[in-house]
Structures are given as structure tokens and as C-alpha cells.
Design a protein around this ligand. Structure first.
Ligand code: ZN
Length: 478
């Protein structure tokens, strides 16, 4: 898609700009009678031809700032950069809205088997988990196949020991394996503490076989995470299980120097293409700027921020604005839990709370937060699931491999979640998650994992959908 053989001497940037110029010229000649569907096809084709905005966005973001943990200087600098970038791209009403959080900072960390033989373990502290004592902690490991098995253990039965959940993550195109496995990470430490454990180990929530542990947040219980908690890489979890199966006691030593920053802040970055007829009606596009700390947050979620910014930019550059406003929100602090209610998604809650009076005018919302691989399925609100809007949109998207889902979205995303709970209808462009959870929340989440052709297909799907929704008068609520 990016460098057709006949154009190999011409940089992608130039050919993409040319494609856009041709598209705009076509639209100008035909205006104002160009049908919205025709414009959607033009947007789709411009993105598929290798528009450079998305890739250069995620490349610059991950290169300049690297990891962007919630509340860190890197996250703040990335937000300032994004705001400047959005202004330079021609967006309107660009602003940064800050909110207070407690940040978590990984320290040095290590894990070793100390019995029956000394062996190194590849571990990563779970986000928000407290440090170990300065000398580390040591205990015998009790293995539970699932969170339910740990929950079934009697109170006090794990006194002085380390609980481990060995549940595997199923590889699935829709990411269902992650949803099934992740409660072990969020709830496991609290459940283990109630049973007397001194530490918590988790087989990484991930589908790879590399010796990299997958971090991710765990949950506060009454204002604190009760136990030092660690993910083990999948091969290390296998090793621990095999030793136990030999009938031997597994004893481990764990160390974490993690710490908290209680007076940190995070921020949402907002930008708009104002609507020409109904500017108070908003189509909301969300993704998150923060990331975990070990990689550079390329697939989670630099890619999502790039996809929505690029889709909105293509719409911005059309000769005619859509009827309704297109609003891009780059959320902060998606990844981490918080010690105070509502416990997490502070960027999403800050947005919904700060824009409560506008939410009735939010006609539709979507979120891009499952990497950069291709979109294969479209789910729309029940109100329009089988109507003219869906039929038109699928005519545009089916040629790039997107099928209609049978049901409306059940959970369209963490960051738009609080707005959706307040009644904003949601769509979902489901991405192929077959390889996402090999990399997700590991040190391997880096730019090289992004497939440019698939990234562009995402932009194509988003641009066509958002344009058709924003240029319509469709009521997605009823
Ligand atoms: Zn994410």
C-alpha cells in the first residue's frame, strides 16, 4: 500500500499528499452535490493509499517521549507535544485539561527461585503494587490454577506464603482471552492478602512464550494495594509449575523498589473540527496517551492516538466541514488504578465530569485501544444496527475487510466508558487481536511492531465512519 512500484522514487509523504490533493480537487469540482458516501469512499481510499499522518504521529510520539506512565513528566510532555501538533494540523479549540492522580513508579525489581535450586525468574511488578521490604521477601509458593481456586482457599491458609495464579490467556481474535484472564491480575493480590499471603505471583496475562513479563494494573482495596505483586513470564510460570509437579516445594525471593507520587497530575488533550451546521453535536473519538513504562507504548496506545488523529485530520482537510463537530480526545491515565473512587479510568471520568452538560449533544463515541492491526468488525448502536446508516457504512467498509457485527458493542472502551454510562451511544471498530497480547504491557511494545498497511486500514475505517456519522442527522440514541 505504501510504495507502489511505479512511485518508488517518490517518498510516501509526497504520494500521500498528492492523493489527498487529488481527492480534494475532485470533491471541490463536485461540491456541494457530492454524496456523503462518495466522500467516505474518497477518505477511505486516501487513507489506504498510505497517508503518512498516522505512522509519523506514532513514530514521533514514541521516539520523542518513549514510555509515558500516567502522571510522569513524559506523559505531560507528550500531551503538550500532542496539543501543539494538533494545532499545527489545523484543529480548533485545542486544549489540555488536567486532573490530579496518584502516580506509581517502578523501581528496581528482581525474582529468584531459591529452592529447590537457585534460578533467575523474569518478573515485572504489577502496576500500583507496593514495594517489598528493603531486603526483599521470601516464601513458599502455593499455586492456584485460577482466581476462583484462590478465592476458595480458606482465610489464613496462606499465612507467610506467596500465592500464585497460573491461569493461561487464550489467544482470540476479539481479545476475549484477555478479558477472561485479567481479573486474576486486578483482584488476585487482594484475595491473596485476605488469606494471609505475603506476596502474589501471576502467570502473565499474555499469549506469547517470551521471557518478558506483562505488567498491568492491579486494584486498590480500601485505599491500598495490600501485597507486593508480580507477573512472571510465561516460560517462568511453566517452570514453577513443573517443579511443583515434581512434588518439590518452590521457594522464591522477590524484590521491588516501587514507589508512589501522591500529588501527581495527568491530562486529557482535546481538539476539534467544528461542525458547519450543528456544532453543538459531537462525534467523540478517544484513545489514550499514557502507556506502561517498560516499552514505548507504540501499540498501547500510541497507535490509537495516531489512528484517531489521522482520521480526524483527513476530515479536517476536506473542502467542506461535516455538519456536526468531530472531537478528538487523547486521554491521560487510562492504564492505572487509583486509591480513591471511582478507582480508575480517571481520564475518562475527568472528561465525562468536566463535559457533563455537553454529553446530551454527544451523538456518538468510539475508542481505539487494541493496537494497530486491522479492523475486521463494525458494531453500531442498536438504534441504527440495521438501518440505512449501517447499510451505507458497510458498503464503504466491506471492501477493506470490515464485516458487520451481530450485536451492538458491549464495552466500547475504558476512556469513553463514563460518557457511555451517561447515555452517549457507542460504536466499535473491532481490531484483530491475534498478536496483540503477545506484546501488550511488555518491554516489547515498540514502534517496530506496527504494520503500516494495517495502521492505514484503521485510519480508513475510522475516517469513513466518523465522516458519515458527523455529516448526517442520524439519531444514534433512539
Ligand atoms: Zn490501552
Amino acid at each position: 500500500m505504501h510504495s507502489p512500484p511505479a512511485l518508488t522514487a517518490i517518498p510516501v509523504r509526497v504520494s500521500a499528499a498528492l492523493a489527498l490533493a487529488l481527492m480534494a480537487a475532485t470533491a471541490v469540482r463536485a461540491a456541494p452535490a457530492t454524496a456523503p458516501e462518495t466522500v467516505a469512499v474518497q477518505l477511505r481510499d486516501a487513507a489506504m493509499a498510505g497517508h503518512d499522518i498516522a505512522y509519523s504521529w506514532v513514530s514521533e510520539l514514541t521516539t520523542r517521549f518513549g514510555p509515558r506512565p500516567a502522571g510522569s513528566p513524559n506523559e505531560q510532555q507528550a500531551a503538550a507535544w500532542a496539543a501543539d501538533k494538533l494545532k499545527a494540523l489545523g484543529f480548533e479549540n485545542v486544549r489540555v485539561e488536567t486532573f490530579p492522580i496518584t502516580a506509581w513508579v517502578r523501581g528496581t525489581e528482581s525474582g529468584q527461585l531459591v529452592a529447590p535450586a537457585t534460578q533467575p525468574l523474569a518478573v515485572a511488578a504489577l502496576g500500583e503494587s507496593p514495594p517489598t521490604p528493603p531486603g526483599g521477601l521470601e516464601g513458599d509458593v502455593v499455586i492456584f490454577p485460577t482466581l476462583a481456586d484462590l478465592q476458595a482457599a480458606p482465610p489464613g491458609s496462606l499465612a507467610g506464603r506467596i500465592a500464585m495464579i497460573a491461569q493461561r490467556t487464550v489467544r482470540a481474535q476479539n481479545g476475549a482471552g484477555y478479558s477472561a484472564a485479567v481479573p486474576a491480575r486486578t483482584d488476585g493480590p487482594g484475595v491473596a492478602a485476605q488469606r494471609g499471603a505475603i506476596g502474589f505471583l501471576l502467570r502473565s496475562v499474555g499469549t506469547d512464550s517470551h521471557r518478558l513479563a506483562h505488567t498491568g494494573t492491579t486494584r486498590y482495596v480500601e485505599g491500598r494495594v495490600p501485597l507486593p505483586a508480580f507477573a512472571l513470564s510465561a516460560p517462568d510460570a511453566d517452570q514453577v509449575e513443573r517443579i511443583a509437579a515434581l512434588g518439590q516445594t518452590v521457594r522464591v525471593r522477590l524484590f521491588s523498589g516501587a514507589s508512589y507520587v501522591r500529588d501527581a497530575h495527568s491530562q486529557n488533550v482535546i481538539a476539534e473540527v467544528r461542525g458547519r451546521e450543528r456544532p453543538q453535536e459531537v462525534v467523540l473519538l478517544g484513545a489514550h496517551l499514557d502507556s506502561w513504562d517498560q516499552g514505548t507504548g507504540a501499540i498501547d496506545d500510541g497507535a490509537g492516538t495516531a489512528i484517531i488523529a489521522a482520521a480526524a485530520k483527513l476530515i479536517r482537510d476536506l473542502p467542506h466541514r461535516p455538519r456536526r463537530t468531530v472531537r478528538v480526545v487523547l486521554f491521560g491515565s487510562e492504564e492505572i488504578a487509583q486509591p480513591v473512587p471511582p478507582g480508575g479510568a480517571f481520564g475518562g471520568h475527568a472528561y465525562a465530569d468536566g463535559h457533563r452538560a455537553e454529553l446530551a449533544g454527544h451523538v456518538l463515541a468510539g475508542e481505539s485501544d487494541l493496537g494497530s492491526d486491522r479492523v475486521y468488525s463494525l458494531a453500531l448502536p442498536a438504534a441504527v444496527g440495521h438501518g440505512e446508516f449501517a447499510t451505507t457504512l458497510l458498503r464503504v467498509l466491506t471492501p477493506i475487510g470490515v464485516l458487520g457485527a451481530e450485536r451492538p458493542p458491549e464495552d466500547a472502551g475504558t476512556d469513553i466508558g463514563p460518557s457511555v454510562e451517561a447515555g452517549v451511544p457507542a460504536f466499535e471498530l473491532s481490531q484483530d487481536a491475534m498478536r496483540y497480547f503477545d506484546i501488550h504491557h511488555t518491554a516489547d511494545d515498540t514502534l517496530d511492531k506496527i504494520d503500516r498497511a494495517q495502521l492505514d486500514q484503521n485510519v480508513a475505517a475510522w475516517a469513513a465512519l466518523v465522516w458519515l456519522a458527523a455529516d448526517s442527522e442520524v439519531d444514534f440514541r433512539h
